[in-house]
Ligand binder design. Structure first.
Ligand code: UD1
Length: 430
């Protein structure tokens, strides 16, 4: 199993280019099969979850041509089955986007129930509520969710909870339903807007994405399009917190600063200087970080996907901070790992009470999920001594070349796959 080995204590300095947003790219790839012409997608992050989804799309017969590491052409005209299942697709959360896409286009789909990171129970009842409202029957059997409709018709759908996945899935199916669909209490995340923009480029008629009411006028069919995916706000935020935790000075390039407002606000509260330009954000860490409180919320609130990275900063800030996790109930599993590095954190229900310590001490830790894995890498870079992060498989689901990007900012980090390589790194570093 591959690991990252890190020698901490180096303040990150310089600039880093952010890639395309994984959580926008996944539904956009699924939506690309909804037309029978060639769709070109750019600024695609080259990460494991994306490659798994592309493989699943290819397996059902769509033509998939990788035209570069960050671009792909997809043609859904050749799809020969609406049943999607393989051992890999079962592991990714975004497999469910093929339900909305195929249901819209073929009025039926059968997809392995989603896996993803174990950060909570992650039901998909709201997706099903939406599909049912459009006229589909939903049946779970053998680990697969089948959806089928004789006729998809627009409807009024109220989401009891703000859900990114349900909003996007319903939007995709409704784009090819008869008549008007209104999604109320819709998610407002930038990637929801990006998917709506992409569908509109293909000829859909979607208004209101980015607000909590989305209106969709169903169209008969979609057509070819060329599209470039928005920058990844979570990758950007991860580097911003890495700058803060290591006492660094990092310019994060190719971002939309507006999407980073919640992250920026928290960095200011802990004492960082943040300079925004049109498409970049510079974070300059203070000599001593200050405590604060944060609650995760749907956009424009503070993103749950940034919660572990924020915790890394707070655990070495002066005083007592709190984090309230309001989206997923099981998102503090990294705390035990961070404790091994000297952090002092008590979790009570969905609240973490953090007593800042002076510094982390390197340790062997393991990534419990994608974002927490990245957070532990940040802790390693801020720590005294050597940190080994195991199970980086999770991190590679969503970060492209994390080690190389950090190394370019001065971090001493290497991806290794044996004890021998760890020893070699230690010798080299000393
Ligand atoms: C997506 C992101 C994930 C991010 C999350 C919240 C992808 C592949 N994943 O996940 O990285 O952390 O948004 O920004 O894009 N819920 C229900 N019923 C449902 C669906 C959701 O109760 O049918 C609940 C969830 O348990 C959770 C909340 O709604 O408490 C939000 O989940 P949701 O926004 O749907 O997250 P995902 O789309 O799974």
């Amino acid at each position: 199993m591959d690991q990252y080995v890190i020698k901490g204590g180096v303040p990150l300095k310089g600039s880093v280019e952010i890639g395309g947003a994984k959580n926008a790219a996944l539904p956009i790839l699924a939506a690309a099969v909804m037309c029978d012409e060639t769709v070109t997608i750019d600024n695609l992050p080259n990460v494991r979850d994306i490659n798994v989804l592309l493989q699943a799309i290819e397996e059902i017969g769509a033509k998939v041509e990788r035209t570069g590491p960050h671009s792909v052409k997809i043609n859904g005209a050749f799809i020969n089955t609406t049943s999607v299942d393989n051992e890999f697709i079962r592991k990714i959360r975004a497999s469910y986007y093929l339900l909305g896409a195929l249901l819209g286009k073929y009025k039926k789909a059968e997809v392995a129930l989603p896996g993803g990171c174990a950060i909570g129970s992650r039901p998909i009842d709201l997706h099903q509520k939406g599909f049912r409202a459009l006229g589909a029957k939903c049946v779970v059997r053998g680990g697969l969710l089948s959806v089928e409709a004789e006729h998809l018709a627009g409807n009024h759908i109220y989401l009891d909870k703000v859900s990114v996945g349900a909003t996007i899935n319903i939007m995709m199916a409704a784009a090819l339903a008869d008549g008007r669909t209104v999604i109320e209490n819709a998610a407002k995340e930038p990637h929801v807007v990006d998917v709506a923009n992409f569908l509109n480029c293909m000829g859909a008629s979607i208004r209101g994405a980015g607000t909590d009411v989305i209106r969709i006028e169903g169209v008969k069919k979609l057509h070819k399009a060329e599209y470039s995916i928005i920058p990844d706000q979570i990758e950007a935020g991860t580097f911003m917190f890495a700058a803060a935790a290591t006492g660094g000075d990092v310019t994060v390039k190719n971002v939309i600063p507006k999407h980073l407002e919640a992250t920026t606000a928290k960095l200011l509260e802990v004492g960082c200087r943040v300079e925004e330009e049109d498409d970049s954000v510079r974070v300059i860490a203070p000599a001593q970080l200050k405590h604060t409180s944060v609650t995760t919320l749907p956009y424009p609130g503070f993103p749950t996907d940034m919660q572990p990275q924020m915790c890394i900063v707070l655990a070495i800030a002066s005083g007592i901070s709190t984090i309230t996790e309001s989206i997923f109930e099981n998102r503090f599993r990294y705390v035990d790992e961070l404790t091994k590095m000297g952090a002092s954190i008590k979790v009570e229900g969905n609240i973490a009470i953090i007593s800042g310590v002076e510094r982390y001490v390197g340790a062997r830790v393991s990534a419990p999920d994608l974002r927490a894995g990245a957070a532990l890498v940040i802790a390693g870079m801020a720590a005294d001594g050597i940190t080994i992060v195991d199970d980086i498989y999770y991190i590679e689901r969503g970060y492209e070349n994390l080690d190389a990007k950090l190394a370019a900012l001065g971090a001493k980090i290497e991806r290794v796959s044996s004890e021998k390589e760890i020893q070699k790194f230690k010798l080299k570093i000393s």
